[in-house]
Design a protein around this ligand. Structure first.
Ligand code: PEP
Length: 249
């Protein structure tokens, strides 16, 4: 499967550097045979990047949305608004939102469903904590999150699953290729079980301290169909090396 490399800029970048970074990536992507690329800047930069990326193969995504399509929810952003801006994807259930905003599997599923209703693709994030890993429960935790966070509206055209062990995010502590292979194989089996044959077409991203030095090895793991990249996506050259490590077919 063709890889997707998604850059999650988190709460980083002002207009000038976001514009510059997106412009360089769009220019490089325009003249290269590379895998699919998605940039997920903070909401403040979505409008600017939509203009910057127009006509380029680089896609635009948001980092979160509300589960309702509109209404009295001060400070929130609805999925149809993101579609209106030119987004194609929305990350939902990132562990930082689960941790800092009390998001649960049920609220993540509701958000993913709203993303689908808006005609966009949801990147549903899952992953075990260090304590859960140490207790030997990673497989069960991740399986439970998958079943409860992926809504009934999911199919291979509108849903991507990102396995992001919480202990690997922003720590420099990456899961080994063997561990990633085992978890992704299990996730694939579960997706086939939940969605039937269509489960084979759902992209499974790995996320957690992916960088220019480890990307090629991680992206070569079976059932790793791309990466969700945080810190390293803020450095254009490092992000581009990761992009070049992805499969083009
Ligand atoms: C992320 O934010 O999804 C992530 C994986 O971050 P990092 O690459 O910095 O670990």
């Amino acid at each position: 499967m063709r890889s997707l490399i998604a850059g999650n800029w988190k709460m980083n970048s002002l207009l000038a550097d976001g514009r510059e970074r997106a412009g360089v990536i769009a220019a490089r992507a325009g003249g290269a045979d590379v895998c699919d690329i998605l940039l997920c800047p903070p909401a403040t930069l979505l409008g600017e990047l939509a203009a910057r990326l127009r006509g380029s193969p680089v896609m635009l995504g948001a980092q979160d949305c509300h589960a309702e399509a509109e209404g009295a929810f001060t400070g929130d952003i609805a999925a149809p608004m993101l579609a209106d801006l030119g987004c194609s994807h929305v990350i939902v259930g990132h562990s930082e939102r689960r941790r800092d905003h009390g998001e649960t599997d049920a609220s993540v599923a509701a958000k993913a469903s709203a993303v689908h209703d808006a005609g966009l693709a949801a990147i549903v994030c899952l992953g075990e904590s260090a304590e859960q890993r140490d207790a030997g429960g990673a497989r069960d935790v991740v399986r439970g999150q998958l079943r409860a966070s992926v809504p009934r509206s999911a199919d291979s055209t509108n849903t991507i699953v990102a396995y992001e062990p919480v202990w690997a995010i922003g720590t420099g502590d990456t899961a080994t290729p063997d561990n990633v292979a085992a978890l992704h194989r299990n996730l694939r089996e579960d997706l086939l079980d939940i969605l039937g044959d269509d489960g084979a077409g759902i992209r499974l991203l790995y996320g957690g301290s992916v960088n220019a030095g480890n990307a090629a090895e991680l992206l070569a793991v079976p059932d790793v169909d791309g990466a969700l990249v945080g810190g390293a996506s803020l450095n254009v050259d490092e992000f581009w090396t990761i992009v070049e490590s992805g499969r083009t077919a």
